[in-house]
Design a protein around this ligand. Structure first.
Ligand code: GYE
Length: 321
């Protein structure tokens, strides 16, 4: 034990003398570089693809060595990835938790190993706020609220409006919060959610669920999809059933990725609430501060807007993702 301690002290002294020892050590040959383990949810949507690209590019630009792991939308894979990052003794771990609950044990392991954790995009549901340094992401309740408020305005004087809801991944922060915000906004109105089911944030999931909804309900006025991809899947199902998306059945979605914005400009979607996936630069900034031991705010909210069909036509040419 003593021998190990002395070796460690000697190592530190040597580091000081050579002034070349970083905290993590890296394969890139740059020993001063920060090493970040990042566990991504998966590749389920256009939003996710843009988010991954943003993180990869920002890490490169900031000189941060990125160990990237794709969890294929499974929590168990994320837990495995985080454990492996701990074993590799990365300087910092960032991840986008696929669901809200069930993280305390693995995050406690990271804390005990003195590896700071940053949540990005999605939040966790835990009583222990010391398990992470900060959470960078959107206000999903607000996004749901914006969707509901638009519909309340748009359907004024129309009597009862029947909505079917295509929910995101069960138990995920955006699915829970976008439902909550929407419900809050429509409460007290004549808008009713007549069916609600998960499409797992994928295009194929949205299509399948919409096909089933169209078979069991003849009176659907509006689709509220928790993301563009599921809305795009719903468009396919609606067209296959011989109806006109955007007219016979109105569609509201969240994200504002290119394909969604194109469908909005084409009149097939009626309203999109923006959710910004370009979190890379802000994340790297937080990573650098956290690793340097600087104080960071516990919550960093991403600013967002909404788009009507006319607005989509205007901004589409300059849309990055
Ligand atoms: O809206 C959806 C994606 O967590 C904000 O996940 C993200 C959501 C996004 O699959 O398209």
């Amino acid at each position: 034990m003593l021998r190990r301690l002395m070796a460690a002290v000697a190592g530190v002294a040597l580091c000081g003398a050579l002034a070349a020892c970083g905290s993590g050590g890296s394969a890139s040959g740059d020993d001063d570089a920060i090493t970040m383990g990042f566990s991504q949810v998966g590749a389920e949507s256009g939003w996710r693809t843009a988010n991954t690209k943003s993180i990869r590019e920002a890490a490169k630009a900031a000189g941060i060595e990125l160990k990237f792991s794709d969890a294929q939308q499974k929590q168990e894979n994320q837990i495995k990835a985080i454990r492996s990052f701990i074993q590799q003794r990365v300087d910092v771990i960032a991840f986008s938790p696929v669901v809200e609950t069930g993280w305390d044990n693995v995050l406690l392991e990271a804390k005990r190993a003195n590896i700071p954790v940053i949540l990005t995009d999605r939040a966790i549901d835990s009583d222990d706020e010391s398990l992470y340094e900060t959470f960078l992401g959107s206000d999903f309740v607000e996004e749901g609220r914006k969707a509901g408020e638009w519909l309340v305005e748009d359907s004024k004087g129309e009597g009862t409006v029947n909505v079917v809801e295509l929910q995101g991944t069960t138990g995920s922060a955006p699915a829970l919060d976008r439902q909550e915000g929407f419900q809050e906004a429509i409460s007290g109105s004549d808008i009713k959610i007549i069916a609600s089911q998960t499409g797992d944030f994928t295009r194929s999931g949205g299509k399948q669920v919409m096909e089933a909804f169209l078979k069991s309900h003849s009176d659907i006025d509006v689709v509220y999809a928790h993301n563009d991809d599921m809305g795009l899947g719903a468009i396919e199902a609606i067209e296959a059933a011989g109806k006109k998306p955007g007219e016979d059945i109105k569609i509201i979605t969240v994200d504002a990725v290119k394909d969604g914005m194109q469908a909005l400009a084409d009149g097939k979607i009626n309203f999109i609430v923006e959710c910004n996936p370009l979190l890379g630069d802000q994340l790297m900034d937080l990573v650098q501060k956290v690793v340097a031991g600087e104080q960071v705010p516990k919550r960093v909210v991403v600013e967002e807007t909404t788009f009507t069909q006319e607005e989509a036509k205007k901004v589409l040419p300059e849309r990055q993702y």
